[in-house]
Design a protein around this ligand. Structure first.
Ligand code: SF4
Length: 492
């Protein structure tokens, strides 16, 4: 067995993640200059090893995925050349050339540039291996930088800081929505439908902030287009339903099908249309309900104007069956029905501005709106052809509805109030945000509670919950302690 075949792929991932090679001058196997602007995020699921990387190769900036192997011919040995999940790979990284020089191509026939790492390693492979093991161990044992030192800092200061960060996180959500509204409301872009340049090739102009290329901003009049607001809400809800592993495919699906198009389609055919555009009706293995949905699409003569998605874009791996995208698409079709039958924008504004309702009662109304009982086939199935062990009662759980309220409804209302200069709506939305309970704790919030010694000292509302996540993701993880109010006290 050669020494290369002994290298664990996990080690190669560490080399890439930690960039344990000379990054200032890299050249692809094809002879082009390579600059890594972002190595991407490790993918814990099936498919390419790193997602959403940004790499300049020659004069072109690519955004997409990275696949890592020991040698060049591992690509074909793993049959990636036939697998559409690898169609977005922009760079094939290998440690050595290997025995055979084989080409790296996608199922769509595109040639992928390759980077052979061994020429660029900072130290011999063995030393790099030891370093990567040490790096991984340190990260596992890692505490936040002020752990063990922050006890003397006043708890009131810590809470105030976290509260401020919660408000900042909400502001970031509002801005992200405003950017999408700009795309949707601009007459130049409205028919584009899909968000601008999420992946693929874009010409590099020397500044990462210039991507995607500037578009003409919509006028104040454009920003009041009702269809743009409805589509924005529809896309945002769809994306929230995809949390956490199918956000991107849900975003694609909602931009492909569009809310105005779903309104044109008869109520009984919306679910079939959504599944068809999601690429999930292709399998003809005989499940009667899937066949029924396929028949509806054909009989209703629904015109498919754009290519459907590929079934492989959806992630089922390592997901609890209750979170399967099939159940969530079924939920989206029912939510869309409600949004059409009870015009959503009017309903939302009337309910939120109703002086007779307390913030808690308004939250109850939102929960009721998004409460989707399981029905028909989806009472017994998590996905096509697979019966659930126990019957289902709801298509979305209560905690998901609360997440939709925090991450979609509240920022959407703030943006609406800002655009229409509606001070009353802004104040009503603030009241709702303050009254929203925090979702269940997760690894990050528990870590902050424990290591910042906050246990049981903060009233658990949604803003504080958001603040803890913001603190960890934007400050602790990047060790930006000098900009943190706690850090200023601890490290002076
Ligand atoms: S950013 Fe603040 S809270 Fe986080 S580790 Fe540094 S000092 Fe502590």
């Amino acid at each position: 067995m050669s020494r290369t075949t002994m290298l664990p792929e996990k080690f190669l991932h560490e080399v890439w993640a930690q960039q344990l090679f000379h990054t200032s001058y890299l050249e692809s196997h094809e002879g082009n200059r390579v600059s890594i602007l972002d190595p991407g995020k490790p993918n814990p699921d099936t498919g390419p090893d790193f997602l959403y990387a940004k790499i300049q190769i020659g004069d072109t900036l690519y955004a997409g995925d990275v696949e890592i192997h020991r040698t060049l011919d591992d690509w074909s040995a793993h049959l990636h050349q036939n697998d559409p999940r690898y169609n977005k790979v922009i760079l094939h990284v290998v440690m050595h050339t290997g025995m055979r020089e084989s080409e790296t191509t996608t199922a769509s026939g595109r040639r992928i540039p390759t980077l052979i790492l061994d020429r660029f390693l900072i130290e011999p492979v063995r030393a790099v291996w030891q370093k990567s093991i040490k790096g991984e161990r340190t990260r596992r044992l890692d505490h936040i930088a002020c752990f063990g030192k922050n006890k003397p800092v006043d708890t009131v200061l810590k809470i105030k800081w976290i509260d401020t960060l919660g408000a900042r996180r909400m502001e970031l959500k509002i801005r992200a929505m405003r950017n999408r509204l700009n795309e949707l409301a601009s007459p130049d872009n409205f028919d584009l439908r899909e968000p601008a340049a999420r992946y693929g090739e874009v010409h590099f102009q020397g500044n990462i902030d210039e991507i995607p290329p500037p578009v003409r901003l919509p006028s104040a009049h454009d920003l009041r287009r009702k269809d743009a607001w409805e589509q924005l809400l529809f896309e945002s809800i769809a994306e929230a339903l995809g949390y956490s592993k199918n956000q991107l495919p849900f975003r694609r699906l909602s931009a492909l099908v569009t809310f105005p198009r779903l309104r044109e389609i008869s109520a009984g055919a919306r679910e079939a249309f959504l599944f068809s555009m999601a690429g999930l009706l292709e399998d003809t293995s005989g499940d009667p309900y899937r066949n029924e949905l396929r028949r509806i699409v054909q009989e209703e003569k629904i015109k498919i104007k754009q290519s459907p998605m590929d079934a492989t874009e959806w992630q089922f791996f390592r997901l609890r069956p209750q979170n399967f995208p099939t159940l969530r698409i079924a939920a989206l079709s029912r939510i869309t029905g409600k949004m059409i039958e009870k015009p959503v924008l009017e309903w939302l504004l009337t309910t939120m501005k109703d002086p007779g309702l307390s913030p808690q009662e308004k939250i109850k109304q939102i929960r009721k709106y998004f409460d989707i009982p399981a029905d028909g086939y989806w009472k017994q199935h998590y996905t096509f052809g697979k019966k659930a062990a126990r019957g289902l009662t709801r298509l979305i759980g209560k905690s998901r509805v609360d997440e939709i309220t925090i991450n979609v409804i509240v920022p959407y209302l703030f943006l609406y109030a800002r655009t229409y200069k509606d001070i009353d709506l802004r104040s009503d939305t603030e009241d709702i945000f303050n009254a929203l309970p925090a979702p269940a704790d997760n690894t990050i919030t528990r870590k902050i509670d424990r290591e910042l010694i906050l246990n049981n000292k903060i009233k658990p509302n949604a803003q504080i919950y958001q603040g803890k996540i913001q603190l960890y993701k934007f400050y602790c993880r990047d060790e930006r302690c000098g900009e943190c109010e706690v850090g200023k006290m601890v490290f002076g």
